[in-house]
Each structure stands twice: as C-alpha cells, then as structure tokens.
Design a protein around this ligand. Sequence first.
Ligand SMILES: Nc1ncnc2c1ncn2[C@@H]1O[C@H](COP(=O)(O)OP(=O)(O)OP(=O)(O)O)[C@@H](O)[C@H]1O
Length: 841
Amino acid sequence: MIPWETLNPEQREAVEAWNEALLVMAPVGTGKTNVLALRAAHAVEQGVAPSSILCLSFTNKAAREVKDRLARHLGRRGGEVTAKTFHGLCAQILRVEAPAVGWDRDFLIYDEEDCRSILGEVARRANIKPPDEERDSFEFLLFDAAARARLSEFDDAVPRTPQQVFDACLRDSRASFLQYRGGLMFKPLLAEYVHALRECHAVDFADLIAGVNRLFKENPEVLERWQAKFSWIQVDEIQDTNRGEYRPLSLLAARHRRLSLFGDIDQTIYQWRGSVPLEILAEYKSAFAPVHEMRFTRNYRSTRRILEACERLIRACPGALTKSIVPQQAEEGEPLRVYEADDTRDEARWIRDQVETLVEQQGVKLGEIAVLTRSNFTSRELSRNFTALGLPHLQVDQFKFFQRAEIKETLAHLRLLLNPHDANSLMRFLKTPPKGIGEATIEALAGAPRQAGLKPADLLTPSTFETGDPFRPLMEAARAGRVVVFDIETTGLSIGDDEIVEIAAARCDGSSVLAQFHAYLKPSRPVGDSEPIHHLSDEFLAREGRDPAHVLREFEAFCEGCVLAGHNVALFDVPMVRSVCARLGLPAWEARQVFDTLDITRRFHRLPRYKLGEICSRLGLKSIPTHRADADVAATVELLQVLLPQLEAGAMARVGAVKQYGARFKPLADRLEQWRTFMLTERPFELLERILHESGLIKHYERDPADAPRREHLDELLTLFQRFDDPSMQPMDALIHVLSVASLGKEIDGQAIDEDKVLLLTVHQAKGLEFDTVFIAGAADGEFPNRRSVKEGLEDEEHRLFYVAVSRAKRRLYFSFPVIGGWGRQQMPSRYLRMVMPGRA
Ligand SMILES: Nc1ncnc2c1ncn2[C@@H]1O[C@H](COP(=O)(O)OP(=O)(O)OP(=O)(O)O)[C@@H](O)[C@H]1O
C-alpha cells in the first residue's frame, strides 16, 4: 500500500505518473529516494510485473535502501524488483551473455589494485621501468589510460585512438614521466593487459561498461531480449552519469519508452570523471518525448538556517538551476558556526570538544555526526589526531574495507573456488598463510610450461595428479574416437529450475565425426524469454519435443565411455545437465570429465576476442556457428581438431612440470576440492567461516597481538557476508553475488555504520547521505576549493561540492580550518564561507 498521506502534492504527482517517461529534477533533501521506491511500488500495484522493473542507484547502499522500502510496501514481490548499481547491472547482463562477448561465464571483477598490479607486470615485461618513486603514479596513469581508451568509443563525442588517450593522460599527469613522452606505444601494452586479464578469467570496471555497450551494439537480438526483460526503468543521480553509462540504458528503454530519471544538476560532482548531465538530459528529452518534467521544491531535511545557507551558496554558483529551496521544517535551527584553528591538531581538538558537548548536553549520538573533508589527505590527518585525542570515529577512506590485505587474502580463497584461473587470487592463496611454495616455483610455473598449455591452475585440480597431464584423458579419448562434443539449449539460465529443450552432440576423433546425436525435449515450463535465443517455440516443442528422461538416458548411452568437450560449457551446460538429471532421478554425471575449448584456445592462441564465431573466422575454420546447438557443435568439433595437435606437442613439457611440482600442490588441490563441495550446500558466510578456520587464516592472524584489528575485520567480513546474502539464491549463486558486491562496492558500501562512532568521510563519499550534525573541516581556500581543480577550470564543480557538503546537515552545521595549513602555509577561509555566512566577513 502506498502511504499517499505522507506525500506532498509534487511527490504524489511523480508517483502517479508511474506510466510515463518522467524527469524529476529536485534540489537537495526533497525526497527523491523515497519517491523513487514508492513509484516502483505503485507501478507494481498498477499491474507492472516486479521482475520487469529496474531501479539503478549510485551506491549499493542506496540500492539496498530502495530494495528495503520496496519490500516494506510490496512484501515478497518487492524482492523480484532489480535494484542495483550500474556496474552491478552490467555484471548481471554480461554473466548471462558471456558467450556473446567471448568471456568466460565465471568471470571475476578485478578491482583497481589487482588491475594496476597486472599493468605494472605487463609494463615490466615490455621493459618499461619507471623509477621506484614514480612507479605508483605511473601504474595509476596506465590504469586510467587503459580504462579511458576502451571507453572512448562510447564516452567521447569523437572517439580517440588508445595512443591519443594515453598521450592526453600523460600530458595531464602531475608526474613528469618525461622519458615516456612520444616514446611509449600504448596499444600493444593495452592488448597485453586485456589478454592477461582474460587469462585470469577476469574483467575490470571499464570492461563491464564497454562490454555492455558493445554487446547491445553488435547483437540486436540480445538487446531485444533485455528490452523485453526490463520494460520499466528508473535511474537515480542521473547528474553523475556519463555517455557510456547512459547509452545502454537508453537502448534498453527504447522499446517500451518507460525510462525515468531523477537527479539534481546542481549536485554534479563527477564531471572530472566524464559526467555530462546537460547533454544527456537533452538527448533523453528528445528521444523519449513527451517527457513529463517536474521539480520538487520542498526540503524535508534541514533547518531554515541551513537551507538559507544552501540557497545563498547555490545561487552564487554560475549556471546553477536551483533558485530557491522551500523549507518544510518550521525550525529556525541553531546558528552556523566557524572555528579558525591554529593548526590541524587544534582543529581536531575543537571538533572533539564540540562533539563531547553535543553528546553530553543534547543527547546526540556519535553515529549521527559526520566530519566531511574535501580530500582524503585531510581526512587521514584528522583521523590521526582524533585517535590521539580519544574521539571514537570511523574513517571511510582508511576503511577501504575490501582493499585491506587480510580481506583480500581471505576472499582470494573463495574466489579460487569459483575460478581456479584467477592468477591474482592464486598468488594470495599460496602466500597467506604460507603454503610452502615460493616465488621461484611460481615464476618457473608461469614460464615454460605455459607455452605447453599448462597453467598453475591445473596444479590445483586433483584430476591432474591422477593422469600426470591434465589433457591426457582428452588426447587418449580422441585417439580412440571417444570424445563427445555437445551443446544444449534451455528454457532459461537458472540451473536449479530451468529445463533443457535441445541437445546436440557429435562423437569424434582427431579428424572426423563418427556419430551424431540430436533431440528436442518437451519442457514442463514455457520457454519464455529464451525463445529469441534458440528460436524454439512452446508449440514447436509441444509437437517435436520428447520425454526428457528418455532423451537424457539415450544421451547418457551415447556418451558411454567417452570424454566430453564443449565451448564455454564448464560453468553452465554441465551443471545444467547434472541438475536436470538429478531432478528426474537419473544417475548423475559427477564423474565425467569435461574439457572446455574456450579455455584450451586461450592457452594457445592470442586473439582479441574469444566468441566462438570470431575464433572460427580468425583460425580460418570452415564451420560457422549460428547459436543453434547443432551448428555450434560442428564448429566446436572443428576447433577441437585444430587444438588437439597443439595439446599433443606440449604433452612432454606438461608431464615434466606436473612431476616436478606435484607433491607440493596435491594436498592444496585436495583441500580446494573439498571446499568446492561445501560451496554447493553452505551459505556464503558458513563457507567463509569454515575456510577461515580450516585454511589456518585465523591462526595466522592470531599469532601477533598487533594483528588484533585484522581479526576484527574478519569478523566484520562475516557480518557483511550475512548482510549481502540473498537467501532466495542457491548457495553458489549467492556466493557469486556476495563476491561481486565486494569487488564493485564503493567505500561506503563496506561500511557498517556504527552508532558509537563519528563518521569521517570525504564529501564525494557523503553523496546521498544525511546527518544530524555536520562538521566541514579544512574549509580553507586552496583546500576547499581545491587549488588544483581551480587551476584545471573545475571551480564550479568545487562550488557544487561545497553545496553537497553543506546540504547533508539536518540540524547543525559547523565549519573549521587551520590558519596554518600543511607545510606551514598561511591559509584564508574558504571563499564559500563568505557566501554561506555573508555577515561573517
Ligand atoms: N513527504 C515527506 N515527509 C516527510 N519526510 C520526508 C518526505 N519526503 C522526504 N522526506 C525526508 O527528507 C529527507 C531527504 O530525503 P531524501 O534523502 O530522499 O532526499 P534526496 O532528494 O534524495 O536528497 P539529496 O539529493 O540531497 O541526497 C529524508 O530524511 C526523508 O525521509
């Protein structure tokens, strides 16, 4: 039920316009988030299927809030709405469509640190070695350029070449890097980097955005399917969106034309990252005309005094749209205050004193107080001082939770279970707690055997030790004409619920097809959204489909004594057949070995992309895959026949390496295999708890009393795993979901807001939040506005950032700055203070 009585007329108008393309531009604190959730709930009440609704937010925290509110209004049906961040949506789509972009279905999302370490390695291999003191900023430069270069096609009005992007990043970089000006060929470096990522079955953030853009651009039938899935879309914080993010959303909505945007141009604070709100809004209004445009004006958040400050500040900002903000509260509120501190320590002491007074005299809770800063640097300085002064606080930057070594080391264990190819996690797993396998061994493993098609991951697979060479069963079966290549089509992607509608298979040897198998199966559920993928309709299957149990028994007989192979089958097709067999009470396929031609191709061929069709054309094969099971099987057979001689040629080297390293790796492989079985039945937090104990991680962090905070972080990780768990998912799917939140999460997402601690965070991190009391520290010219941003022509963005900071406060707003800043520099009050408090000058 919609609580209409709590809504003001403008909020009500927005909710009532549930069936239109709606654009809500609304100043700070006017209730956008709440209206967004209620509007989706109302759409469901009006008959829109909850599963067709997509709500996008800027942080996971905001997305969770939308979900919670929907659950409150809609009950169980609220859970069917997709509420995510944009990156989360890309990951969801690409996991389903992995074959269409040539990615592995089990792809991991690497965070900035993982990507930078790969880039550093790739650069070293190319003999690019910046001096030690520049290495960090050089890796960042490469990371930034690598992202921009891949997104240029979608982000820039005029696309640039990778070299142009790199040269521009180099020009803008603060460090000198003189030696690289005009001398570094960026394109091959970028290609190496992307290849290294894919070898780990990994992607980065830029891949997610570029991947979805390319997917929709090149595969109209795929786009059509997602258009049918999400027919009702609304997006929050549109002002901080760039073209590469907006475009796929507008494509998704092109058919149903129900795309609604919420935001506030005057809170644009990510222009430096390429957000172009005005252009996007103009594009939106013309593409989705007629757009119902409206503004919210009433602020429910702040006292009149704070709102007056907000209004004065934003009116003075060139180009701002907000002319007035109507206060809903009658309360005048306390006067704003400024403290000119002697230095940072004095500033921290003053804040501590004010906080103590508020707590003792006015009963304010520590968790309702926030200290906002422009830079991470000031935040860290204050944190050091607060610690010395005994003020309980939580610094969000320092709390880059998922970046902490102990968290990464722990998560590496889980990631490795899902994806043994993840080289970064493998290294972390081997090092902590130490597994007795040193750098030299790993270096050696990453060298020669690789050309023979061996990866370190093979040594963590128990079957490798039974055969002495991971590919021996495949080669032997091929010689005996006992390889079955197969492909299936299904009613959908849920392994536990969906059904198989077509099986195609071919038994072959190294040069020819010896027998074929093909059958349609009659499903007990409609094909639904999957029909456009395989073009098999319910009517056709009702007519041609046979009893699934019979077909699967025949298929089992066809595969008798054979080894199986397929393209990108390891993570979907095989578990799907197992699940359907189990549901039908047929003997499971547990013991069958399956070889994936996507994995093998990648070991021997360096290609820009690994979609089956692209592999076939690059390697000059005759077969053309068509997304029909039998055509794909024919293409895969031909591909396998090209790969087999290469596998044969590397056999000796692989056997040698397995012999040499086997004894040390086998116990680890067995342990991982055991955890993999628990992964199928235990909830993510239960599995995490098991691994923490059985891996020796807990013991490792208990050895040194100085490690006590690390232990606490591991406990927090367990709590977060419980919080992020989605009980409606199967345990393994839930684990994939939890790990993707961990890698896509912004700093604030990992935050267990603590009632007993003041929150210390940057203004960027405070976006969308509100607090009873706000301190804006470091409010000095040069710091806020930031000197460098002003120099780069981004002064208006600094102005808006100050506006965002000021508008987070509900009841009290304090400013402070040290007269003597860093490096003993004399500081003047921020120019914005004069606007906020004109009488003060
Ligand atoms: N109709 C209403 N009645 C009472 N309180 C409301 C109403 N609408 C919004 N609020 C309250 O006003 C505050 C601000 O709302 P919300 O955070 O949704 O605003 P917003 O527009 O998203 O803000 P911002 O853009 O500044 O982040 C919240 O505390 C919310 O509960």
